[in-house]
Design a protein around this ligand. Structure first.
Ligand SMILES: Cc1cc2nc3c(=O)[nH]c(=O)nc-3n(C[C@H](O)[C@H](O)[C@H](O)COP(=O)(O)OP(=O)(O)OC[C@H]3O[C@@H](n4cnc5c(N)ncnc54)[C@H](O)[C@@H]3O)c2cc1C
Length: 459
């Protein structure tokens, strides 16, 4: 056993996706903090199984690892472009969006600069020895720490009504790994979000993939666009998170329903592109691919498919309550991702209270309620949507969230988290200067100690 407890870092991160990579980038220049991060994959990858060739980043590239809290950091996307000698060309090429693949390339470049990252090491268990947390990996290594940051991501969600298994039934998260044989076959894509749309666009746009028939169905009432409008974007500002965390659980749940299409809708450009593809199919290549796009369909079953037998996709039309059965050869489930308590936390299970939906009780500084040794904390990345708002699952506030976490671990302000104001006043009664012109408090880092209330307040 390789026991690293004698040199326990201040912080251990589990999983190296964009979230913990960003935390590492903020900690890297801070001499007062030590950290180690572990990733089970052999090198950095960003949802590589879903990396479709034309997929574009859904946020501006300034929402990179660091820029929104430290624009001078060497880990910025702009610095990556400059080092690659691509600044000028990117400015023009990115008018049609930043490829998601290019952002993965950027993340990989940043990861290569950080010695505190360890790849090819799966964390299997987290325990406590009564004084600190011990993080156990699959090779028998143990690392002690007092601060753990869970960045192991969400899991692809397969609805329980899907009983058909095998190579012809797959989740959107694995299409690029399993490369389904769709040419000239009957294909169903289930799910009307961005992933479903990207897959439909990919199938229709590549002559080597074009199905003989394509069904795209969703439970949503339509193929709904991403709400990227100006004021909705302010739900993705730090100030809104602070407001949101102070609301009741019932109000928060209602707001998340209202705000859903700012996160789960399909980018308008992609909807336009699919619409144009279907027009061209009908106008120029009639008979090449019979398609049916059906919203308002609740998935009841995906079964059959043994050997070469057809797979049955059974749906209920929400408008008419009629049931429809479709025989297809390939089913792609673009049915999203879910949070779940990571298996490696099982030894601490009794020490971590969960709510009735199995969610953590997350405090304002992203630490969770934890009845472990005094001074030991567990922070979460992307598992606080129910307490911190709709932005939690995407890249928008990752740099800011990491600044909040780094400050909490350090016990003082390494990074300012209160710099920017918004246009919207969320809580007039709590804002004394509502009619004063908004000013952005400039520059100097105000010393800001994380008070006990801030770091322990239950949201
Ligand atoms: C296909 C797709 C595209 C997206 N595109 C955008 C976008 O354009 N804009 C946007 O704002 N948001 C986007 N999102 C949402 C969000 O930004 C991403 O899901 C983001 O990757 C979340 O980062 P993360 O680091 O929390 O988790 P992940 O990226 O899921 O990374 C978690 C990492 O933890 C590792 N891991 C898991 N368990 C262990 C373990 N036991 N030990 C060690 N390592 C472990 C995994 O291998 C993985 O590398 C997208 C999501 C998906 C699914």
């Amino acid at each position: 056993m390789n026991d690293d407890r004698a040199t326990a870092p201040d912080l251990v991160g589990i999983g190296i996706g964009p979230a913990n990579l960003g935390l590492s980038a903020l900690i890297d220049p801070q001499p007062a903090l030590t950290a180690r991060f572990f990733e089970r994959r052999s090198r950095f990858a960003w949802h590589d199984g879903a990396m479709l060739p034309a997929a574009a980043l859904q946020v501006p590239p300034l929402k990179d690892l660091v820029t929104l809290v430290d624009p001078t950091s060497r880990f910025s996307f702009l610095n990556f472009l400059a080092e690659q000698g691509r600044l000028y060309r990117h400015l023009i090429a990115s008018r049609s969006g930043t490829p998601r693949e290019e952002f993965e390339q950027y993340y990989r470049w940043a990861a290569d600069l950080m010695p505190q990252l360890t790849f090819g090491t799966e964390i299997t268990e987290v325990r406590t020895d009564g004084e600190e947390l011990t993080v156990h990996d699959a090779t028998g290594g143990v690392t002690g720490t007092r601060n753990l940051v869970l960045g192991s991501g969400r899991r692809p969600h397969v609805p329980s009504c899907v009983t058909a298994r095998g190579a012809r039934v797959l989740h959107a998260a694995e299409v690029m790994h399993r490369c389904p044989d769709t040419l000239g076959r009957r294909v169903a894509v289930i799910g009307g979000g961005q992933s479903g749309a990207e897959i439909v666009h990919w199938l229709l746009g590549d002559k080597d993939l074009l199905p003989s028939s394509l069904v795209w169905s969703t439970r949503r009432d339509g193929f709904l666009p991403l709400d990227d409008s100006a004021f909705s974007n302010e739900w993705y500002f730090p100030g809104y998170v602070r407001h949101f965390t102070r609301l009741s659980a019932t109000r928060r749940a209602a707001l998340l329903r209202t705000q859903r299409m700012t996160s789960d809708g399909v980018s308008a450009d992609l909807l336009d592109a699919i619409h144009a593809q279907l027009y061209r199919l009908d106008a120029l290549r009639p008979g090449h691919c019979a398609y049916r796009l059906s919203p308002g369909q609740e998935l009841l079953a995906v079964d059959g498919g043994a050997g070469d037998a057809p797979i049955d996709v059974v749906t209920r039309d929400i408008d008419t309550d009629s049931v429809h059965r479709e025989h297809v050869d390939v089913v792609i489930l673009a049915t999203g991702y879910r949070n779940s308590t990571p298996a490696y936390l099982e030894p601490l299970r009794e020490l971590i209270p969960l709510d009735e939906d199995g969610a953590f009780h997350v405090r304002e500084d992203y630490s969770i309620e934890f009845d472990g040794p005094p001074g030991c904390r567990i922070f979460v990345q992307g598992a606080a949507g129910h307490t911190h708002g709709v932005a939690d699952a995407n890249l928008s506030l990752m740099a800011w969230r990491n600044a909040v976490i780094a400050n909490a671990v350090a016990g003082r302000s390494l990074y300012r988290t209160d710099r920017d104001s918004g246009t919207v006043t969320w809580s007039p009664a709590a804002a004394p200067h509502t009619t004063t012109p908004h000013t952005v408090t400039p520059h100097a880092v105000t010393p800001h100690t994380v008070t006990p209330q801030e770091s322990t307040a239950r949201v």
